[in-house]
Design a protein around this ligand. Structure first.
Ligand code: UDP
Length: 323
């Protein structure tokens, strides 16, 4: 069985990747410092506790395992926090990733797959956003992802690093069968927060801005089911193994939903009222962020089969009730 190192495999998206890899007959090995991940999220996969910025630990792992690919999910993810505390973001997302990349190159790991973000684009100049769109990230978070993409290009040229970078739009939902799902501390994402209002854990949801130049005035986003994000990694891995040379792919489905539409769907799925409070716009939020995802669909054969809003919210609701 091919061994895949899943860095950050105990986290939200990483744990869905571990499940996807096992279902496809791979042997995932998880490296996670459990700063935000959960031990029980990795199931029966091997879990190595530690930091991907620990060069000695990486050396041990690559010497004791025959790793066929590295998938790198470990990252700090809050845009607002990154503005206030860029050191954390440049340490966790940039320096640690560089240490990991250096080990990948030194140990000749055949393929590297990077979790990038739509945040690399900044304020969209047009929509839907394709991969050719200029990259002008607005936050240290977005810049940390963008800088790594630049470094990956340099490493490809200089060392022949074979890699792919997936620019996620809004990851959401949960595994329909396994006890894994979204859980951030603190939670800042729209869907889990709205579901927590529906389940009575919170009194209300704040809507950040209702004066955007959109039909109902609230921000529009492209929500992608976390299982579809995991399946895209497998497709990309197959593509890279087959010699594919394209490196950057959007992961979005091209369907935009406003904050109000998401809340309406939460009410529909849960059968509960969701109290809303209108607040000012949140800094750094583009009015609309919708992907042109056709490159991943056409070139990787990606099929985002679970990414309709109702399925996403139904699966997230099941997780919210059981976690
Ligand atoms: N949002 C909101 N209230 C919240 C959380 C989010 O109105 O409590 C809005 C946010 O401004 C954005 C959209 O919901 O327009 C999605 O935000 P989220 O944080 O889920 O993802 P992001 O787009 O920031 O990656």
């Amino acid at each position: 069985m091919q061994e895949i190192l899943v860095v950050g495999g105990a986290g939200y998206i990483g744990s869905h990747m571990v499940a996807e890899l096992q279902a496809a007959g791979y042997d995932p090995v998880v490296l996670d410092d459990l700063s935000s991940g959960r031990e029980d999220f990795v199931g029966d996969a091997e879990l190595i506790g530690g930091d991907c910025g620990d060069a000695d630990l990486l050396n041990d792992i690559f010497s004791s395992h025959k790793i066929d690919a590295v998938m790198h999910f470990a990252s700090s993810i809050q845009v607002g926090e990154s503005v206030k505390n860029p050191i954390k973001y440049y340490k966790n997302n940039l320096i640690n990733t560089l240490t990991l990349l250096n080990a990948v190159v030194r140990h000749d790991v055949p393929d590297f797959i990077f979790s990038s973000s739509a945040a690399v684009y900044g304020e969209p100049e047009y929509t839907p956003v394709d991969e050719q769109h200029p990259c002008l990230p607005l936050s240290p978070y977005g810049r940390s992802k963008y800088f790594i993409e630049q470094i990956l290009q340099d490493y490809k040229k200089a060392y022949g690093l074979h890699y792919g970078s997936l620019r996620y739009f809004n990851a959401a939902g949960a595994h329909p069968e396994l006890p894994i799902g979204e859980q951030h501390e603190p939670e800042t994402h729209l869907i889990p927060l709205a579901l927590q209002v529906a389940s009575g854990q919170r009194e209300y949801i704040e809507i950040f801005g209702s004066d955007y130049d959109n039909p109902d005035g609230t921000c529009i986003r492209d929500y992608v089911h976390v299982c579809d994000i995991a399946s895209a990694h497998l497709k990309l891995f197959d593509y890279l193994k087959g010699g594919g040379n394209e490196s950057v792919f959007n992961l979005g489905v091209g369907e935009g939903y406003s904050v109000m539409e998401v809340i309406k769907m939460v009410k529909h799925v849960t059968g509960q009222e969701v109290e809303i409070h209108y607040e000012d716009r949140r800094e750094g939020d583009p009015a609309i962020l919708v992907a042109d995802g056709s490159k991943a669909i056409d070139q990787l054969g990606w099929d985002p089969e679970y990414s309709d809003l109702q399925t996403i919210i139904e699966d997230a609701w099941k997780w919210e009730q059981n976690r």
